[in-house]
Design a protein around this ligand. Structure first.
Ligand SMILES: [Zn+2]
Length: 127
């Protein structure tokens, strides 16, 4: 049986640094909240199936990312891919894509899922 997916705070921090360097968002301050309870700021939008969320403040280049590792075991999702998905929201905010709503939410989520999976695979291979 496959090992249930996990992600520690230290692993998330390391992967975030890797991502920021490669995607050119080193100037953002990114706080990581790695635990399974929905944070206060996410309660209006999260449901039982929410695996992670991001809150950004683009003018100050600050973001808080919540990742719930324990919620991934049920669906077999990969916490690292969720982290990269959330970080791609930060990239989108950095470029102004999300604030300008130039892409429908569904399209953004789709693109972030696909690229997030790809980046997680690259990260695991040490690329
Ligand atoms: Zn998303």
């Amino acid at each position: 049986m496959a090992k249930p997916p996990t992600l520690t705070r230290a692993e998330a921090r390391k992967a975030t640094r890797w991502f920021q360097k490669r995607l050119g968002i080193q100037d953002w301050t990114i706080k990581l909240d790695v635990q399974d309870d929905v944070p206060r700021w996410g309660r209006d939008d999260a449901d039982d199936g929410t695996l992670g969320m991001t809150m950004t403040c683009a003018p100050y280049k600050e973001a808080t990312i919540w990742i719930a590792p324990g919620r991934h075991a049920k669906g077999g999702d990969w916490p690292l891919a969720t982290l990269f998905h959330e970080l791609l929201h930060v990239v989108a905010h950095d470029t102004g894509v999300e604030s300008g709503e130039r892409l429908p939410t569904e399209a953004q989520e789709y693109v972030h899922n696909r690229i997030g999976d790809l980046l997680a695979a690259a990260y695991r291979k040490g690329l």
